[in-house]
Design a protein around this ligand. Structure first.
Ligand code: CMC
Length: 434
């Protein structure tokens, strides 16, 4: 067997085939099974994609065993320490860190796409006041193609670029409008003098009757959290965006599908669930009871913010956010018991990480375990946490969508299945059915 092939032997028939092995730049190589069905008559079977690479990508690299995360080769720790959200968004979209001029130009473009078509603003009024902000966001983002159809020719690279810019630019405006609608306050227009996260905070928290000043600590904290959330390679929501996009649907609809997938508590909805669980636990003395519930297989309760499909080590993003929690809570003060909740989270982590159940299964805190505590300290309500995640992840989604659509030989994604339903049977007329 040559070094760059793997042999498959069918023990039923004795047939052997050679399959090409494609090397990655880092991380595991893949066995190319594109011809497998043609050659063997078998499909491969991998529910949950435990061993299946669904595409080629040059965006993000994760080594889950060693807790490594890189965007376009740059370690997340370096980007978190030295970069900013728009610079990293540029890196994801264009492949390189921008020069000063490029960054200034990118900032100007994103800033000048942040307003919504005025008719779109009326959409928010149609939602019930207590609608979950994610429900509003899915609907409003899905409707964007009705307003911006001048950038939906996906074969035109310039259209793709404008759609990507629009999406990154408008997401904070939509998110803030979701929030304002839910609390019955007037929607706030974007302010071009503010930074990406400063503008979001202003649109969420300012009111027409008094001056609002963006807190630089909050602005910086949010920017850092957004960097950490930009991308995470082929997770459920990104794969959803890619699959929707593979049918050549318009990019706005594809991002709306990603938002829907992100919403689930096993994915981006976990940050909201973590806070709800911490509040329910309430006190350190109650932790053993909840750890016991998480371990009890007859109880559906899971310790939210713990465990990850890929990380079998500490999630590097959680490490950065935990450190940041110390800083942010220290600077913003102990409003509404934030310090106590943080102490509770630290204790919960300590107890879980010493427990055999969590050790054996390599369950460590993930990005969602501490992010909610920061959001809460910034005054962001719990039901907006996943919306915050969606704003940041939009930069990753559009980068993946662009990468996929511009790839040579792009085809529709169409998984196969293992059919376990009834064999062929004849229709029985209603009168003869028992
Ligand atoms: N609490 C208790 N047990 C858990 C947990 C948890 N949070 N996570 C996994 N397990 C157990 C699970 O019961 C299973 O045990 P056993 O082998 O005895 O059946 C084992 O660990 C492996 O779990 P799995 O569900 O097969 O693993 P997965 O890779 O399919 O799921 C996960 C990964 C993230 C969905 C899961 O760990 C989980 O539900 N965690 C809580 C939700 C959460 O925090 N999600 C955010 C993920 S990171 C950010 C993002 O994706 O948006």
């Amino acid at each position: 067997m040559s070094k760059d092939t793997a042999t498959f032997r069918d023990n039923n028939t004795g047939t052997e085939i050679e399959l090409p092995v494609i090397r990655s730049t880092q991380g595991p190589a893949v066995v190319d099974i594109g011809s497998f069905y043609r050659q063997t008559g078998y499909f491969t079977y991998d529910p949950g994609f435990l061993s299946t690479a669904s595409c080629e990508s040059a965006l993000t690299f994760i080594d889950g065993k060693n807790g490594v995360l890189q965007y376009r080769g740059y370690p997340i720790e370096q980007l978190a320490e030295q970069s900013n959200f728009l610079e990293v968004a540029h890196l994801m979209l264009y492949g390189e860190l921008p020069t000063e001029d490029e960054l200034a130009q990118f900032r100007t473009i994103i800033t000048h796409h942040s307003m919504l078509n005025e008719s779109l603003r009326n959409f928010f009024q149609g939602f019930y006041h207590d609608a979950h902000p994610m429900a509003i966001m899915v609907g409003v983002v899905g409707s964007l193609s009705a307003f911006y159809h001048d950038s939906t020719d996906i074969d035109n690279p310039r259209h793709r670029e404008i759609a990507a810019h629009r999406m990154i630019a408008k997401m904070p405006t939509i998110a803030a409008a979701c929030y304002k609608h839910s609390i019955g306050e007037p929607l706030v227009y974007p302010n071009n003098a503010l930074s990406y996260t400063g503008n979001l905070l202003n649109m969420m928290f300012s009111v027409p009757c008094e001056e609002y000043e963006v807190d630089p600590v909050a602005e910086k904290a949010l920017d850092l959290i957004f960097i950490l959330h930009i991308d995470h390679e082929q997770n459920a929501s990104t794969s959803t965006v890619r699959l929707a996009g593979s049918s050549r649907a318009n990019p706005f609809a594809c991002i709306a599908s990603g938002i829907a997938a992100l919403w689930g508590p096993a994915h981006g909805g976990a940050n909201e669930a973590v806070l709800n669980v911490l509040e329910e636990i309430g006190d350190v003395s109650q932790i053993p009871k909840y750890i016991a519930r998480a371990k009890d297989k007859s109880d559906p309760f899971r310790l939210m913010g713990f465990g990850h499909r890929i990380y079998k080590n500490y999630d590097p993003r959680a490490k950065i956010i935990r450190r940041m929690c110390h800083e942010v809570l220290g600077k913003l003060g102990n409003n509404h018991g934030n310090e106590q909740l943080f102490e509770l989270a630290l204790k919960l982590e300590e107890i879980a990480l010493k427990d055999d159940y969590f050790i054996e299964r390599k369950l460590y805190p993930n990005v969602d375990f501490y992010s909610g505590l920061i959001y809460r300290a910034l005054g962001i309500p719990t039901n907006m946490f996943t919306v915050m995640f969606a704003i940041a992840r939009t930069a990753g989604w559009v980068a993946h969508w662009t990468e996929m659509i511009s790839a040579k030989g792009q085809r529709i994604g169409r998984p196969r299945q293992l059919y376990v339903g009834p064999k062929k049977r004849d229709y029985i007329p209603l009168a003869q059915r028992k």
